[in-house]
Design a protein around this ligand. Structure first.
Ligand code: ZN
Length: 417
């Protein structure tokens, strides 16, 4: 078949493909689609109920490693909204599918279940007009609510997507949760089957395209310990730790790519007149650049090893110390290129809705796919607020429907081939 080039180009441009040159205007194109228009209208109209759901879900506590109750509530919501194959995987992630015309591309939209708040925290939400206050109300009950809003609006408007969608309420985003929910998703539950990934996490309308990685350690010096006077001269774990901390404090790191280190906690010892048997510190190092992160990690190891050697040398081997450097957290660093389809599409749908575009680095569930090279971004869930990770956390729901609309538009865009 022979076809004039101009016609061919016109056909391709008019098609639904999300080729890179089209990703830049996918937002505007989708806004002309009647089914998408209907879904956006539904998203706006449903927002008051979505906010009710946000509060209800948030009043179910989800401390680190104890997300089951909230997971069951999300599972019930997924079922009620008609998702298929709703299930909870081995690690506790809740999954629900919304098949499209074809299986691929397979797009996953996730929000995290867990909070930083320990068991027993009062998680009741107080409402003052458009402002809601309560632990986790923004981070990440807003993300969970956006998933609910997107699923409902797509269903109300009977949108049929090209590829398929899986919605996930995942465990283990915060702190020592160490991204275990999303790691499980990519390593096992949906291994090899995720073409594009978006996490909804945070308030406002920002887009996270750079994943700041972190390595975290608990360093522990140990020795026999003894009397401060009687056993004087014996190696001292706190002295060794002090040497290590002095060296770590002096580490040199690049400003670009921004690379940081911090000793956040220390401890050890039993009394002022004892040579302690133990001293420990918790260390966090971050960068979005793998080489820079590896480099500061190497210097950290050297600083600790040298501190051990010096303290043991000074004591002449009396009560020789050992040191353990236990990795207590690994957030892999990564970056989704600005020119990639997924970033272009996220920017495009944001612009199409008249929202301001801001691309920022962050440390989120998207770190995992970014590390693996799977196209991923994290988007904020709309509204505004502050105080994340504090008991005074707040969420201002003014115009928050725009966040639901933006996520919906992106979901439709990213199911296009
Ligand atoms: Zn979060």
């Amino acid at each position: 078949m022979k076809m004039p080039l101009a016609t061919l180009v016109a056909l391709l441009a008019g098609g639904e493909a999300l080729a890179q040159r089209n990703a830049a205007d996918v937002g505007a194109r989708l806004l002309r689609d009647p089914a998408v228009q209907a879904a956006l209208a539904a998203a706006k109209q449903n927002e008051p109920q979505v906010l009710e759901e946000q509060i209800r879900i948030c009043e179910i506590a989800a401390p680190p490693f104890k997300e089951e109750k909230r997971a069951l509530a999300m599972k019930a919501v997924f079922e009620r909204l008609g998702l298929e194959n709703v299930r909870i995987d081995e690690i506790g992630n809740v999954l629900g599918e919304r098949p499209g015309k074809s299986e691929r591309p397979h797009f996953v939209m996730a929000a995290h279940l867990d909070t930083v708040f320990p068991e027993g925290t009062d998680v009741r939400v107080k409402r003052e007009g458009a402002v809601f206050k309560g632990p986790g109300i923004g981070d990440d009950c807003r993300g969970l609510a956006v998933l609910i809003g997107v699923i409902r609006a797509l269903s109300d408007a009977r949108v049929v997507t090209e590829g398929s969608l899986t919605f996930v309420a995942n465990v283990g985003e915060e702190g020592l949760g160490d991204l275990r929910g999303v790691k499980q998703l990519f390593d096992k539950t949906l291994k090899g089957r995720i073409d594009r990934f978006v996490s909804v996490d945070g308030l406002g309308y920002g887009i996270t395209d750079v994943g700041v990685g972190s390595y975290r350690y608990r360093v522990t010096f140990k020795g026999p310990g003894g009397h401060s006077y009687g056993a004087f001269g014996m190696a001292n774990p706190i002295h060794a730790l002090g040497r290590a901390l002095a060296a770590i404090s002096d580490l040199e790191v690049p400003q670009q790519p921004k690379t940081t280190f911090n000793v956040g906690r220390i401890g050890g010892g039993t009394s002022v007149n004892s040579i302690p048997f133990e001293a420990w510190a918790e260390v966090d190092m971050r960068s979005h650049d793998k080489e820079a992160l590896e480099a500061v990690d190497k210097k950290f190891h050297e600083a600790v090893d040298q501190a051990l050697a010096r303290e043991n040398a000074r004591s002449g081997g009396r009560g020789a110390l050992t040191v353990a450097k236990d990795r207590v957290g690994t957030r892999p660093p990564g970056r989704t290129p600005r020119e990639s389809e997924i970033v272009q599409a996220a920017v495009s749908v944001t612009r199409a809705l008249g929202l301001e575009v801001s691309l920022d680095p962050g440390s989120t569930d998207s770190n995992v796919p970014m590390w693996l090279g799977v196209p991923a971004v994290t988007i904020d869930g709309g509204g505004s607020g502050g105080g994340a990770h504090s008991l005074g956390e707040s969420f201002d729901s003014t115009d928050s429907w725009k966040g639901t609309q933006r996520a919906l538009l992106l979901a439709v865009a990213l199911t296009q081939p």
